[in-house]
Every structure is written in structure tokens, then in C-alpha cells.
Design a protein around this ligand. Structure first.
Ligand code: 13P
Ligand code: SF4
Length: 303
């Protein structure tokens, strides 16, 4: 991308000067994913890799809850989120007070929170999970029922994979909830030999219409190992751009739903963030201690 070269060069120089590392989610644009990121992955990989860096500064090219998770696991490091507007409809769908009410309504039932939640919510729950380890985390608790929040569709998907009864919340990802089963069937009619792989934040009729369901990292691994001739990645569409570079044998057909929050992170905002060391993620100690426990419990089950 010659157009991006000056920014990519400036960011990579400044990273060295600051002893900084850039963690980028799979939904970041190709110039970030391929041009400046040191570590790329799904939410689980980013959380796990955040514990392994000896950099002084972590730049989280993703959304706010991901940067909070990195800060929880690296309290002494400077953690930067290059956009103040990088929120998430799932994280915004539930508050700490909602979790306390759920506990009152279901006394003694443990609470599992998807990492797509605020630090305040993480502090109220028993354990976190991601879409890459949700079933293992639920089953690790050794109970018959769990409260699973905030993603209703991920909760429903997990319920199909375990005997544990799942009590769900009503949060949705604004990107994945837009896909429909009818749309998937329409793609199948228009494209022969189509393999459909979908993220579990999609509605149940989409997952039923898919050949494979998994987190973003599992979707990427599936394409790498199965090498389907033609694939529909039912997820945020930057991911197809990122994977296409490494999978020349696969044709990517895709409905292009973009995450507006992820897209507020740009090369320019990453450069500015490294120059100013702002915006920083700060979490009060008393809150961080409680929220960190939920994330660390998750990593102990499946990093
Ligand atoms: P994963 O990358 O963990 O599958 O999550 C998808 C997502 O929507 C993150 O915001
Ligand atoms: Fe949140 Fe969905 Fe965007 Fe992920 S893709 S950050 S879950 S709104």
C-alpha cells in the first residue's frame, strides 16, 4: 500500500523509540493488520499475548474493552487505545447494576461474562470467556446452570454445545445481528461450492445455515487448514481482506458488514497515540483487582 507507506514507516520507527508493541484485532484494516501490528488475533489471543510482552507501551488496535483487558493484565504498563470512540454494542448492553440484579434473581448461579464487557461488569462476575473458549469455561465451573452475558446469540450457541443450562442476557453485536439465514441461503444459490463459516455472535438461523462456527481465530484456522475453494466469512468484513492475502487459493465472497467502532482506529490515530501517549486506559485499583480475577480465571481454564 504505497499510499500508507509514510504512516506505516513513522509508526514502526516510533514503536522502536517507545519500546511499544501493537496488538491488533482480526477486524482491523489490512494496513494496520499487515503494516504495523506486532501481534494479531482474536480476543482470546490478544488477552493471552498481553501477558507475555516486555514492552513498556501497549497500543491496542481494537476496541475499548480489549484495551481494558490488556490494562488489567499489565497494570504497570502504559496501555493506549488510539480512538476514544471505539466502543462495542455488546459491552454497552449491560452494567454492573444489571449483573447484581441478575444475581438476585438467580441466587447461587455463577455468572460467566464474555470479555466484550466493561471492567465494572467483569468485576461483578465469576469468570470471563471469549468466543474461543466459552464452552470450556462454562463446563469448567462444574455446575448445572450458569448466567451467561451479555451476548444472547453466543449464549444460545453455547447452549447447543453443552448440557449446562444457560440463562442469557439480551445483548447483541450490532455487526453480527444484521446477518440473516435467508441472506446465507441466497449466497448459496448464487455461488456454487460455497463454504459458509460464521461467528457465534450471529443469530441462530445464520449458525444453522453455516458449515462451521467459530471465533475469528478459529475461522482463520479453518480457511488455512481446509483451504475451501470459495468461502463466505460471516463476520466483520475486514477479516476477509486480512485472510485473503495469506489464502490465494480461496475466493472470498462476503456481505460487507463493518464494525463502526473498530473502524475508528486508523493509522493516523495510532501514530498520534504513540506521539502523545494518549488516550491511556486507566482503571482504579480496587476495581482492577476484582475485574482481573475474572480474566485470570478464564486464562487458567483456556489461554
Ligand atoms: P473474537 O475475535 O474473539 O472472535 O471476537 C469477535 C468480536 O466481535 C470482537 O469484538
Ligand atoms: Fe462489539 Fe460487534 Fe464491534 Fe466486536 S464487532 S467490537 S462485538 S460491535
Amino acid at each position: 500500500w504505497p499510499f500508507h507507506a509514510p504512516l506505516v514507516h513513522a509508526i514502526n520507527e516510533l514503536k522502536r523509540e517507545r519500546n511499544a508493541v501493537i496488538l491488533a484485532h482480526n477486524y482491523q484494516t489490512p494496513e494496520i493488520f499487515h503494516g504495523v501490528a506486532d501481534i494479531v488475533g482474536d480476543s482470546l489471543a490478544l488477552a493471552a499475548r498481553a501477558t507475555q510482552t516486555d514492552a513498556d507501551v501497549i497500543v491496542l488496535a481494537g476496541v475499548h474493552f480489549m484495551a481494558e483487558t490488556a490494562k488489567l493484565l499489565n497494570p504497570a504498563k502504559t496501555v493506549l487505545i488510539p480512538s476514544r470512540n471505539a466502543g462495542c454494542s455488546l459491552a454497552d448492553s449491560i452494567t454492573a447494576a444489571d449483573v447484581r440484579l441478575l444475581r438476585e434473581a438467580h441466587p447461587g448461579v455463577p455468572v460467566v461474562a464474555y470479555v466484550n464487557t466493561s471492567a465494572e461488569v467483569k468485576a461483578e462476575v465469576d469468570i470471563c470467556c471469549t468466543s474461543g473458549n466459552a464452552v470450556e469455561v462454562v463446563e469448567s465451573l462444574g455446575v448445572d446452570r450458569v448466567i451467561f452475558l451479555p451476548d444472547e446469540y453466543l449464549a444460545k450457541y453455547v447452549a447447543t454445545q453443552t448440557k449446562v443450562e444457560i440463562i442469557a442476557w439480551k445483548g447483541h453485536c450490532e455487526v453480527h445481528e444484521r446477518f440473516t439465514g435467508a441472506e446465507i441461503e441466497d449466497f448459496r444459490r448464487r455461488f456454487d461450492r460455497l463454504t459458509v463459516i460464521a461467528h457465534p455472535e450471529c443469530p441462530p438461523d445464520v449458525l444453522e445455515a453455516a458449515d462451521f462456527v467459530g471465533s475469528t481465530a478459529r475461522m482463520i484456522d479453518y480457511v488455512g487448514s481446509e483451504k475451501p475453494p470459495r468461502v463466505l466469512m460471516v463476520t466483520e468484513c475486514s477479516m476477509s481482506d486480512n485472510v485473503a492475502a495469506a489464502s490465494p487459493e480461496t475466493e472470498f465472497v462476503r456481505p460487507c458488514n463493518l464494525c463502526p467502532h473498530m473502524k475508528t482506529v486508523t493509522l493516523s490515530s495510532i501514530l498520534e497515540s504513540l506521539q502523545t501517549l494518549e488516550p491511556r486506559v486507566e482503571i482504579p485499583d480496587a476495581l482492577a483487582v476484582r475485574a482481573r480475577r475474572s480474566v485470570e480465571r478464564m486464562l487458567a481454564v483456556k489461554p
